[in-house]
Design a protein around this ligand. Structure first.
Ligand code: IMP
Length: 440
Protein backbone atom coordinates (compact mmCIF):
# COMPACT_ATOMS: atom_id res chain seq x y z
CA UNK A 1 0.00 0.00 0.00
CA UNK A 2 1.14 3.52 -0.65
CA UNK A 3 -0.49 6.94 -0.39
CA UNK A 4 0.90 9.63 -2.67
CA UNK A 5 -0.10 13.25 -2.35
CA UNK A 6 0.25 15.47 -5.42
CA UNK A 7 0.11 19.18 -4.65
CA UNK A 8 0.47 22.31 -6.75
CA UNK A 9 3.76 23.99 -5.83
CA UNK A 10 3.02 27.42 -7.33
CA UNK A 11 -0.12 29.47 -8.09
CA UNK A 12 -2.00 26.59 -9.70
CA UNK A 13 -1.93 25.57 -13.37
CA UNK A 14 1.37 23.75 -12.87
CA UNK A 15 0.28 20.81 -15.00
CA UNK A 16 -1.07 18.66 -12.16
CA UNK A 17 -3.65 17.14 -14.51
CA UNK A 18 -1.01 15.62 -16.76
CA UNK A 19 1.07 14.32 -13.83
CA UNK A 20 -1.92 12.92 -11.94
CA UNK A 21 -3.13 11.22 -15.13
CA UNK A 22 0.28 9.64 -15.58
CA UNK A 23 0.42 8.38 -11.98
CA UNK A 24 -3.26 7.43 -11.82
CA UNK A 25 -2.40 4.51 -14.10
CA UNK A 26 -0.59 3.00 -11.08
CA UNK A 27 -3.29 3.87 -8.52
CA UNK A 28 -6.41 2.04 -7.31
CA UNK A 29 -8.01 5.20 -5.91
CA UNK A 30 -7.69 8.88 -6.88
CA UNK A 31 -9.25 11.37 -4.47
CA UNK A 32 -9.86 15.11 -4.83
CA UNK A 33 -9.98 16.80 -1.43
CA UNK A 34 -10.54 20.56 -1.89
CA UNK A 35 -11.49 23.29 -4.32
CA UNK A 36 -14.31 23.01 -6.77
CA UNK A 37 -15.03 23.73 -10.41
CA UNK A 38 -12.49 26.57 -10.25
CA UNK A 39 -9.87 23.95 -11.14
CA UNK A 40 -9.13 23.04 -14.73
CA UNK A 41 -7.01 19.91 -15.03
CA UNK A 42 -5.99 19.45 -18.63
CA UNK A 43 -5.06 15.98 -19.83
CA UNK A 44 -4.20 14.84 -23.34
CA UNK A 45 -4.79 11.15 -24.07
CA UNK A 46 -4.00 9.83 -27.56
CA UNK A 47 -4.11 13.39 -28.88
CA UNK A 48 -7.54 14.05 -27.37
CA UNK A 49 -7.81 16.82 -24.80
CA UNK A 50 -9.92 16.52 -21.64
CA UNK A 51 -10.39 19.35 -19.14
CA UNK A 52 -11.60 18.15 -15.76
CA UNK A 53 -12.95 20.65 -13.26
CA UNK A 54 -14.49 18.60 -10.45
CA UNK A 55 -14.04 14.96 -11.28
CA UNK A 56 -10.67 13.46 -10.30
CA UNK A 57 -8.29 12.99 -13.21
CA UNK A 58 -8.19 9.26 -12.47
CA UNK A 59 -11.57 8.94 -14.23
CA UNK A 60 -9.70 8.56 -17.53
CA UNK A 61 -8.38 5.21 -16.27
CA UNK A 62 -11.26 2.68 -16.26
CA UNK A 63 -10.05 0.64 -13.27
CA UNK A 64 -9.49 3.56 -10.92
CA UNK A 65 -12.03 4.43 -8.23
CA UNK A 66 -12.45 8.21 -8.05
CA UNK A 67 -13.51 10.04 -4.91
CA UNK A 68 -14.79 13.59 -4.61
CA UNK A 69 -14.09 14.10 -0.92
CA UNK A 70 -15.87 16.08 1.75
CA UNK A 71 -13.51 19.05 1.47
CA UNK A 72 -14.53 19.74 -2.14
CA UNK A 73 -17.26 22.29 -2.82
CA UNK A 74 -19.45 20.59 -5.40
CA UNK A 75 -21.41 22.57 -7.96
CA UNK A 76 -24.01 19.85 -8.67
CA UNK A 77 -25.07 21.28 -12.02
CA UNK A 78 -21.43 21.58 -13.18
CA UNK A 79 -20.82 18.03 -11.92
CA UNK A 80 -23.74 16.56 -13.85
CA UNK A 81 -22.58 18.42 -16.98
CA UNK A 82 -19.05 17.10 -16.56
CA UNK A 83 -20.33 13.54 -16.10
CA UNK A 84 -22.43 13.88 -19.27
CA UNK A 85 -19.54 15.34 -21.28
CA UNK A 86 -17.22 12.53 -20.24
CA UNK A 87 -19.83 9.90 -21.08
CA UNK A 88 -20.35 11.55 -24.48
CA UNK A 89 -16.59 11.18 -25.10
CA UNK A 90 -16.80 7.47 -24.34
CA UNK A 91 -15.43 7.66 -20.77
CA UNK A 92 -17.22 5.42 -18.29
CA UNK A 93 -18.64 7.26 -15.29
CA UNK A 94 -20.65 5.06 -12.96
CA UNK A 95 -19.65 3.07 -9.93
CA UNK A 96 -16.05 4.28 -10.50
CA UNK A 97 -17.01 7.72 -9.12
CA UNK A 98 -18.18 8.48 -5.59
CA UNK A 99 -19.15 11.82 -4.09
CA UNK A 100 -18.79 12.61 -0.41
CA UNK A 101 -22.02 13.04 1.53
CA UNK A 102 -20.37 15.65 3.70
CA UNK A 103 -19.21 17.79 0.74
CA UNK A 104 -20.81 21.23 0.57
CA UNK A 105 -22.64 22.31 -2.54
CA UNK A 106 -22.19 25.45 -4.57
CA UNK A 107 -25.61 26.94 -5.13
CA UNK A 108 -26.58 29.47 -7.83
CA UNK A 109 -26.59 32.25 -5.22
CA UNK A 110 -22.92 31.58 -4.38
CA UNK A 111 -21.95 32.52 -7.92
CA UNK A 112 -24.03 35.69 -7.83
CA UNK A 113 -22.41 36.69 -4.52
CA UNK A 114 -18.94 35.88 -5.93
CA UNK A 115 -19.53 38.28 -8.85
CA UNK A 116 -20.93 41.07 -6.67
CA UNK A 117 -18.16 40.73 -4.08
CA UNK A 118 -15.59 41.19 -6.83
CA UNK A 119 -17.45 44.21 -8.14
CA UNK A 120 -17.67 45.74 -4.67
CA UNK A 121 -13.99 45.11 -4.04
CA UNK A 122 -13.15 47.15 -7.14
CA UNK A 123 -9.37 47.67 -7.33
CA UNK A 124 -8.95 45.27 -4.42
CA UNK A 125 -10.71 42.44 -6.25
CA UNK A 126 -9.15 38.97 -6.06
CA UNK A 127 -9.75 38.03 -9.69
CA UNK A 128 -11.68 34.89 -8.77
CA UNK A 129 -12.83 32.32 -11.29
CA UNK A 130 -16.42 33.37 -10.57
CA UNK A 131 -17.38 29.80 -9.69
CA UNK A 132 -18.80 30.69 -6.26
CA UNK A 133 -15.89 29.11 -4.37
CA UNK A 134 -15.32 31.79 -1.69
CA UNK A 135 -19.02 32.26 -0.84
CA UNK A 136 -19.57 28.48 -0.62
CA UNK A 137 -16.61 27.99 1.73
CA UNK A 138 -17.76 31.08 3.70
CA UNK A 139 -21.18 29.49 4.16
CA UNK A 140 -19.53 26.24 5.22
CA UNK A 141 -17.50 28.06 7.90
CA UNK A 142 -20.53 30.13 8.93
CA UNK A 143 -22.57 26.93 9.23
CA UNK A 144 -24.97 28.12 6.56
CA UNK A 145 -23.94 25.59 3.94
CA UNK A 146 -25.98 22.98 2.12
CA UNK A 147 -24.34 19.57 1.85
CA UNK A 148 -24.67 16.76 -0.66
CA UNK A 149 -26.39 14.55 1.95
CA UNK A 150 -29.08 17.22 2.39
CA UNK A 151 -30.26 16.50 -1.16
CA UNK A 152 -31.75 13.25 0.13
CA UNK A 153 -33.87 14.67 2.93
CA UNK A 154 -36.12 17.26 1.35
CA UNK A 155 -37.32 18.57 4.68
CA UNK A 156 -33.79 19.21 5.87
CA UNK A 157 -32.83 20.62 2.47
CA UNK A 158 -35.64 23.14 2.33
CA UNK A 159 -34.94 24.24 5.89
CA UNK A 160 -31.20 24.66 5.22
CA UNK A 161 -31.91 26.62 2.04
CA UNK A 162 -34.60 28.75 3.73
CA UNK A 163 -32.35 29.77 6.63
CA UNK A 164 -29.34 30.43 4.42
CA UNK A 165 -31.37 32.54 1.97
CA UNK A 166 -33.18 34.49 4.68
CA UNK A 167 -29.87 35.63 6.15
CA UNK A 168 -28.38 36.41 2.74
CA UNK A 169 -31.37 38.49 1.69
CA UNK A 170 -31.00 40.61 4.84
CA UNK A 171 -27.26 41.03 4.38
CA UNK A 172 -27.52 41.80 0.67
CA UNK A 173 -30.42 44.21 0.97
CA UNK A 174 -28.32 47.17 -0.24
CA UNK A 175 -27.38 45.48 -3.51
CA UNK A 176 -29.46 45.77 -6.67
CA UNK A 177 -29.83 42.39 -8.30
CA UNK A 178 -30.99 41.67 -11.83
CA UNK A 179 -34.12 39.55 -12.31
CA UNK A 180 -32.00 36.54 -13.17
CA UNK A 181 -29.81 37.06 -10.12
CA UNK A 182 -32.86 37.46 -7.89
CA UNK A 183 -34.02 34.04 -9.00
CA UNK A 184 -30.85 32.57 -7.50
CA UNK A 185 -32.14 33.66 -4.09
CA UNK A 186 -35.61 32.11 -4.48
CA UNK A 187 -36.12 29.03 -2.35
CA UNK A 188 -38.34 27.43 -5.01
CA UNK A 189 -35.66 27.90 -7.65
CA UNK A 190 -33.00 26.32 -5.44
CA UNK A 191 -35.27 23.39 -4.63
CA UNK A 192 -35.88 22.95 -8.36
CA UNK A 193 -32.14 22.95 -9.09
CA UNK A 194 -31.61 20.36 -6.37
CA UNK A 195 -34.45 18.31 -7.82
CA UNK A 196 -32.72 18.27 -11.22
CA UNK A 197 -29.59 16.61 -9.87
CA UNK A 198 -30.91 14.53 -6.96
CA UNK A 199 -31.62 11.25 -8.76
CA UNK A 200 -28.67 11.54 -11.17
CA UNK A 201 -26.16 11.85 -8.34
CA UNK A 202 -27.87 9.47 -5.89
CA UNK A 203 -26.09 6.27 -6.94
CA UNK A 204 -22.73 8.01 -6.53
CA UNK A 205 -23.21 9.54 -3.08
CA UNK A 206 -21.35 7.78 -0.26
CA UNK A 207 -19.57 8.21 3.05
CA UNK A 208 -16.23 8.84 1.39
CA UNK A 209 -14.35 8.97 4.70
CA UNK A 210 -15.32 5.31 5.17
CA UNK A 211 -14.25 4.59 1.56
CA UNK A 212 -10.81 6.08 2.20
CA UNK A 213 -10.38 4.04 5.38
CA UNK A 214 -11.44 0.92 3.51
CA UNK A 215 -8.92 1.65 0.74
CA UNK A 216 -6.15 2.15 3.31
CA UNK A 217 -6.96 -1.00 5.29
CA UNK A 218 -7.16 -3.13 2.18
CA UNK A 219 -3.71 -1.94 1.07
CA UNK A 220 -4.69 0.07 -2.00
CA UNK A 221 -2.47 2.52 -3.91
CA UNK A 222 -4.06 5.90 -3.27
CA UNK A 223 -3.35 9.15 -5.05
CA UNK A 224 -4.50 12.40 -3.44
CA UNK A 225 -5.13 14.98 -6.16
CA UNK A 226 -4.73 18.59 -5.07
CA UNK A 227 -6.25 21.48 -6.94
CA UNK A 228 -4.86 25.02 -7.27
CA UNK A 229 -1.44 25.50 -5.64
CA UNK A 230 0.20 26.20 -2.30
CA UNK A 231 0.69 29.90 -3.11
CA UNK A 232 -3.12 30.10 -3.38
CA UNK A 233 -3.58 28.25 -0.07
CA UNK A 234 -5.94 30.05 2.29
CA UNK A 235 -3.35 30.02 5.09
CA UNK A 236 0.05 29.66 3.44
CA UNK A 237 -0.60 31.57 0.22
CA UNK A 238 -0.44 35.23 -0.75
CA UNK A 239 -3.50 36.22 1.32
CA UNK A 240 -5.93 37.78 0.48
CA UNK A 241 -5.13 36.86 -3.14
CA UNK A 242 -5.79 33.17 -2.57
CA UNK A 243 -8.50 30.61 -3.01
CA UNK A 244 -10.67 29.62 -0.05
CA UNK A 245 -9.35 26.15 0.72
CA UNK A 246 -6.22 24.44 2.01
CA UNK A 247 -4.47 23.21 -1.07
CA UNK A 248 -1.71 21.21 0.64
CA UNK A 249 -1.61 17.92 2.49
CA UNK A 250 -3.42 19.43 5.50
CA UNK A 251 -6.39 19.96 3.19
CA UNK A 252 -6.15 16.32 2.10
CA UNK A 253 -6.28 15.07 5.68
CA UNK A 254 -9.25 17.21 6.69
CA UNK A 255 -10.97 17.07 3.30
CA UNK A 256 -10.93 13.29 3.10
CA UNK A 257 -11.04 12.33 6.76
CA UNK A 258 -7.64 10.75 6.27
CA UNK A 259 -5.94 9.46 9.43
CA UNK A 260 -2.65 11.17 10.31
CA UNK A 261 0.53 9.42 9.29
CA UNK A 262 -0.93 7.54 6.33
CA UNK A 263 0.55 9.74 3.60
CA UNK A 264 3.79 8.13 2.42
CA UNK A 265 5.02 10.55 -0.21
CA UNK A 266 4.35 14.14 -1.19
CA UNK A 267 5.32 15.64 -4.52
CA UNK A 268 4.92 19.27 -5.51
CA UNK A 269 4.35 20.10 -9.15
CA UNK A 270 6.12 23.19 -10.47
CA UNK A 271 6.46 24.66 -13.92
CA UNK A 272 9.99 25.42 -15.14
CA UNK A 273 8.84 29.05 -14.92
CA UNK A 274 5.89 30.66 -13.07
CA UNK A 275 2.37 31.74 -13.95
CA UNK A 276 -0.51 33.25 -12.04
CA UNK A 277 -4.10 34.16 -12.93
CA UNK A 278 -6.06 36.77 -11.07
CA UNK A 279 -4.70 39.54 -8.91
CA UNK A 280 -1.96 39.43 -6.29
CA UNK A 281 1.79 39.79 -5.90
CA UNK A 282 4.10 37.97 -8.31
CA UNK A 283 7.69 39.17 -7.80
CA UNK A 284 9.28 37.43 -10.80
CA UNK A 285 6.52 38.47 -13.22
CA UNK A 286 7.66 39.48 -16.70
CA UNK A 287 5.87 42.40 -18.25
CA UNK A 288 5.78 43.43 -21.90
CA UNK A 289 7.28 41.35 -24.69
CA UNK A 290 9.15 38.89 -22.47
CA UNK A 291 6.00 37.91 -20.59
CA UNK A 292 4.01 37.82 -23.82
CA UNK A 293 6.56 35.45 -25.34
CA UNK A 294 6.34 32.96 -22.45
CA UNK A 295 2.53 33.19 -22.59
CA UNK A 296 2.51 32.45 -26.31
CA UNK A 297 5.08 29.64 -26.15
CA UNK A 298 3.47 28.03 -23.11
CA UNK A 299 -0.13 28.50 -24.30
CA UNK A 300 -0.78 30.19 -20.96
CA UNK A 301 -4.51 30.78 -20.95
CA UNK A 302 -6.75 29.62 -18.08
CA UNK A 303 -8.35 26.18 -18.57
CA UNK A 304 -11.46 27.27 -16.63
CA UNK A 305 -11.93 30.92 -17.54
CA UNK A 306 -9.74 31.34 -20.65
CA UNK A 307 -8.05 34.34 -19.02
CA UNK A 308 -4.46 35.08 -20.12
CA UNK A 309 -2.07 33.95 -17.38
CA UNK A 310 0.57 36.29 -16.03
CA UNK A 311 4.00 34.79 -16.72
CA UNK A 312 7.43 35.09 -15.11
CA UNK A 313 10.64 33.30 -14.18
CA UNK A 314 10.87 30.38 -11.72
CA UNK A 315 10.70 31.78 -8.19
CA UNK A 316 12.88 29.72 -5.86
CA UNK A 317 11.94 31.73 -2.76
CA UNK A 318 8.29 30.85 -3.33
CA UNK A 319 9.29 27.26 -4.26
CA UNK A 320 11.23 26.78 -1.01
CA UNK A 321 8.23 28.11 0.93
CA UNK A 322 5.96 25.68 -0.93
CA UNK A 323 8.29 22.77 -0.16
CA UNK A 324 8.56 23.75 3.49
CA UNK A 325 4.82 24.04 4.12
CA UNK A 326 3.80 21.01 2.08
CA UNK A 327 6.63 18.79 3.30
CA UNK A 328 7.28 17.79 -0.31
CA UNK A 329 9.80 14.99 -0.78
CA UNK A 330 10.51 15.96 -4.34
CA UNK A 331 9.28 18.09 -7.19
CA UNK A 332 8.01 17.48 -10.68
CA UNK A 333 9.12 20.07 -13.23
CA UNK A 334 6.60 20.62 -16.02
CA UNK A 335 6.66 22.50 -19.34
CA UNK A 336 10.45 22.41 -19.62
CA UNK A 337 10.06 22.55 -23.40
CA UNK A 338 8.49 26.02 -23.17
CA UNK A 339 11.97 27.37 -22.35
CA UNK A 340 13.56 25.78 -25.45
CA UNK A 341 13.95 29.11 -27.27
CA UNK A 342 15.22 31.22 -24.38
CA UNK A 343 18.82 32.41 -24.74
CA UNK A 344 19.08 33.10 -21.02
CA UNK A 345 16.99 31.46 -18.32
CA UNK A 346 16.59 33.29 -15.05
CA UNK A 347 15.75 31.89 -11.62
CA UNK A 348 14.70 34.22 -8.83
CA UNK A 349 16.89 33.16 -5.88
CA UNK A 350 16.00 35.93 -3.43
CA UNK A 351 14.22 39.22 -3.06
CA UNK A 352 15.42 42.68 -2.15
CA UNK A 353 13.38 45.35 -0.45
CA UNK A 354 14.75 48.77 0.47
CA UNK A 355 18.27 47.44 -0.11
CA UNK A 356 17.74 44.49 2.26
CA UNK A 357 17.90 40.88 1.17
CA UNK A 358 14.78 38.79 1.89
CA UNK A 359 15.01 35.02 1.68
CA UNK A 360 11.86 34.04 3.59
CA UNK A 361 8.62 34.26 1.64
CA UNK A 362 6.81 37.25 3.20
CA UNK A 363 3.39 36.77 4.78
CA UNK A 364 2.30 40.29 3.81
CA UNK A 365 1.04 40.77 0.25
CA UNK A 366 1.99 44.45 0.54
CA UNK A 367 5.63 43.54 1.25
CA UNK A 368 5.72 40.86 -1.44
CA UNK A 369 4.48 43.44 -3.94
CA UNK A 370 7.48 45.64 -3.18
CA UNK A 371 10.05 42.85 -3.36
CA UNK A 372 12.51 43.12 -6.24
CA UNK A 373 13.69 39.74 -7.52
CA UNK A 374 17.37 38.81 -7.41
CA UNK A 375 18.20 36.48 -10.29
CA UNK A 376 20.74 33.83 -11.09
CA UNK A 377 21.10 33.47 -14.86
CA UNK A 378 21.73 30.30 -16.79
CA UNK A 379 22.47 29.84 -20.50
CA UNK A 380 19.51 28.45 -22.45
CA UNK A 381 19.87 25.21 -24.41
CA UNK A 382 18.29 26.57 -27.61
CA UNK A 383 17.38 23.08 -28.78
CA UNK A 384 14.11 21.14 -28.73
CA UNK A 385 13.27 19.17 -25.59
CA UNK A 386 9.62 18.65 -26.51
CA UNK A 387 8.69 15.01 -26.17
CA UNK A 388 12.02 13.99 -24.56
CA UNK A 389 11.61 10.72 -22.63
CA UNK A 390 14.94 10.26 -20.86
CA UNK A 391 17.56 12.50 -19.29
CA UNK A 392 19.90 11.45 -22.10
CA UNK A 393 17.46 12.97 -24.62
CA UNK A 394 17.94 16.39 -23.03
CA UNK A 395 20.57 18.89 -24.17
CA UNK A 396 23.35 19.21 -21.59
CA UNK A 397 22.26 22.72 -20.59
CA UNK A 398 18.71 21.56 -19.94
CA UNK A 399 20.06 18.81 -17.66
CA UNK A 400 22.21 21.45 -15.97
CA UNK A 401 19.15 23.69 -15.48
CA UNK A 402 17.36 20.85 -13.69
CA UNK A 403 20.46 20.32 -11.55
CA UNK A 404 20.54 24.04 -10.70
CA UNK A 405 16.88 23.93 -9.64
CA UNK A 406 17.59 20.93 -7.39
CA UNK A 407 20.53 22.75 -5.80
CA UNK A 408 18.63 26.01 -5.31
CA UNK A 409 15.47 24.50 -3.82
CA UNK A 410 17.16 21.63 -2.00
CA UNK A 411 14.90 18.82 -3.28
CA UNK A 412 15.29 16.27 -6.04
CA UNK A 413 13.38 16.43 -9.32
CA UNK A 414 11.69 13.06 -9.82
CA UNK A 415 9.76 13.73 -13.02
CA UNK A 416 10.18 16.18 -15.89
CA UNK A 417 7.31 16.85 -18.25
CA UNK A 418 8.25 17.79 -21.80
CA UNK A 419 4.84 18.00 -23.43
CA UNK A 420 1.13 17.51 -22.83
CA UNK A 421 0.87 13.81 -23.76
CA UNK A 422 1.25 10.93 -21.29
CA UNK A 423 4.45 9.81 -22.98
CA UNK A 424 6.14 13.23 -23.01
CA UNK A 425 7.72 12.50 -19.67
CA UNK A 426 11.11 11.81 -18.16
CA UNK A 427 10.69 9.74 -15.03
CA UNK A 428 13.75 9.70 -12.83
CA UNK A 429 12.04 8.18 -9.79
CA UNK A 430 8.63 6.55 -9.38
CA UNK A 431 6.82 8.59 -6.69
CA UNK A 432 4.75 5.55 -5.74
CA UNK A 433 7.84 3.86 -4.30
CA UNK A 434 8.12 5.10 -0.73
CA UNK A 435 11.36 6.99 0.06
CA UNK A 436 13.63 5.11 2.48
CA UNK A 437 13.48 7.75 5.24
CA UNK A 438 9.68 7.56 5.35
CA UNK A 439 9.52 3.77 5.70
CA UNK A 440 8.57 2.62 9.18
P1 IMP B 1 -11.45 31.35 -6.60
O1 IMP B 1 -10.80 30.06 -6.21
O2 IMP B 1 -12.33 31.25 -7.82
O3 IMP B 1 -12.13 32.02 -5.46
O4 IMP B 1 -10.28 32.37 -7.05
C1 IMP B 1 -9.30 32.86 -6.13
C2 IMP B 1 -7.95 33.00 -6.79
O5 IMP B 1 -7.44 31.70 -7.10
C3 IMP B 1 -7.98 33.75 -8.12
O6 IMP B 1 -6.75 34.45 -8.27
C4 IMP B 1 -8.06 32.66 -9.15
O7 IMP B 1 -7.54 33.05 -10.41
C5 IMP B 1 -7.17 31.60 -8.50
N1 IMP B 1 -7.51 30.25 -8.90
C6 IMP B 1 -8.56 29.50 -8.50
N2 IMP B 1 -8.53 28.29 -9.06
C7 IMP B 1 -7.41 28.25 -9.82
C8 IMP B 1 -6.81 27.23 -10.62
O8 IMP B 1 -7.28 26.09 -10.72
N3 IMP B 1 -5.66 27.59 -11.25
C9 IMP B 1 -5.08 28.80 -11.10
N4 IMP B 1 -5.62 29.78 -10.36
C10 IMP B 1 -6.77 29.51 -9.72
Amino acid sequence: MSVLSVVGGQWGDEGKGKVVDLLAGRADVVARYQGGANAGHTVVVDGKQFILHLIPTGILHPDVRCIIGSGVVVDPIALVEEIEQLRASGIEVGSNLVIGKRAHMIMPYHKVIDAHMEELLGVNRIGTTGRGIGPAYSDKAARLGVRVCDLYDEKVLSERVRVSLAIKKRLLSGITLSREELEAFEEDHIMEVCGQVREILKPLVRNTDAEILEAITSGKQILLEGAQGILLDLDMGTYPYVTSSNTGVGGALSGLGMPLGKVDTIIAIMKAYCTRVGQGPFPSELHGDEGERLRAEGGEYGATTGRPRRCGWFDAVAARHAIQVTGADAIVVTKLDVLDNQETIRVCIGYEMNGERITIFPAEATILERCVPVYEDFPGWLAPTAGARSLDDLPERAREYIGHLERIIGKPVWIISTGPGRGDTIEIHNPFSVPEERKV
